[in-house]
Design a protein around this ligand. Structure first.
Ligand code: AQP
Length: 332
């Protein structure tokens, strides 16, 4: 069975982009694959996190994933810091990856911004840890949103370089799985920026914990243009905000932009937004309810993570032993 790995940061404000771009595909990929889903808390601390908020967010993401349909018996759900092998392999990859490769990573440039000298070393080396997350299990398929494509290309370069340097065929070349009409959900305030947890404006995103009223209000206030909806997706090329809302509708209704536009050809945004808010609430509200129920039992959430981490460790240990042998570390 193909082995799938993917991760999500417990950095608060889990949003519709995370759900449509990643989580929903994680649920679907449970059919016919061996899946590991990881809450990447080591990645989260590459920027400053309040300890209590980090713990709360880790449990909240866990609850959201279970509520979305991750089956914790079939799949392995755990938080990264409980499996030390991720950090260990990341160190080895720090010694494989070249500075020049990391210098090209656009996410570092975006996140470090102008204050590059003050960014943490961890933020810079983030893609090496991400490569280790996947390869410590020799996973081959990684469902992600568009924004992670460059990091996965780096994971392939690292695997190839390790194999070449040590003359082995040990690490597989990972395949990104980027599917669906919403691989890059954009901000509700700016159709050219991606919907993001760290956007200062809460109106830029629909959070997985938003109430139906909040969802409706955010969609009503979402930026659009003065024209009615066209009948053909090609006419959305220069209308990023309209295209974003249509793609969100398509993803939430399991259809595509062409089908959505044929149903709303000529409709004003007021009508379309009303329908979109109903649809978004229909999909999100049951998950939010289930998340709340799960979060009331912290012991259960922690037990799920402990069990997942134990199973993840048993998969990683023999692979790490082999890595030690390949690299030449003496194993007493
Ligand atoms: N807007 C998005 N559209 C589609 N997919 C998205 N993902 C994130 N944003 C969108 C996908 O969600 C998964 C988990 O992402 P993450 O939490 O690990 O990291 P991120 O990409 O840094 O998320 P954010 O929301 O953009 O956080 P900040 O604001 O901290 O940068 C990934 O598969 C990602 O592709």
């Amino acid at each position: 069975m193909p082995r799938v790995f993917s991760g999500i940061q417990p950095t608060g404000n889990l949003h519709l982009g995370n759900y449509l771009g990643a989580i929903r595909n994680w649920v679907l990929m449970q059919q016919g694959n061996e899946c590991l889903y990881c809450i990447v808390d080591l990645h989260a601390i590459t920027v400053r996190q309040e300890p209590q908020a980090l713990s709360a967010s880790t449990r909240e993401v866990t609850a959201c994933l279970i509520a979305a349909g991750i089956d914790t018996r079939a799949s392995i759900l755990f938080n990264q810091s409980q499996v030390a092998g991720h950090a260990e392999l990341a160190w080895i990859f720090n010694c494989v990856a070249r500075l020049g490769w990391l210098n090209r990573m656009t996410q570092f440039k975006e996140k470090a911004g102008k204050d590059r000298e003050n960014a943490s070393v961890g933020l810079y080396a983030y893609p090496n840890l991400m490569a280790a997350d996947i390869l410590v299990y020799r996973a081959t398929h990684v469902p992600v949103g568009e924004d992670q494509k460059q990091h996965l290309e780096l994971a392939r370069d690292i695997a190839q370089s390790f194999n070449h340097q040590y003359g082995v065929e040990f690490f597989p070349l990972v395949e990104p799985v980027i599917t669906g009409p919403a691989t890059r959900v954009m901000s509700l305030r700016d159709g050219t920026a991606k919907m993001s947890k760290s956007d200062a404006s809460d109106y830029s995103r629909i959070n997985m914990t938003d109430s139906p009223d909040a969802i409706a209000q955010k969609i009503r206030k979402a930026r659009t243009d003065p024209h009615p909806l066209p009948g053909d997706p090609a006419a959305l090329a220069e209308r990023p905000e309209a295209a974003n809302l249509v793609n969100i509708y398509a993803a939430l209704s399991n259809s595509d932009a062409a089908a959505v536009l044929s149903a709303f050809d000529g409709a004003p945004f007021s009508r379309f937004k009303e329908k979109l808010a109903e649809l978004a609430t229909q999909v999100i509200a049951p998950m939010t309810g289930e998340m709340r129920r799960l979060l009331a039992d912290q012991g259960y959430i922690d037990a799920v993570l402990r069990d997942g981490a134990g199973r993840a460790r048993s998969l990683a240990e023999p692979i790490l032993r082999e890595v030690h042998r390949i690299v030449g570390f003496v194993q007493g």
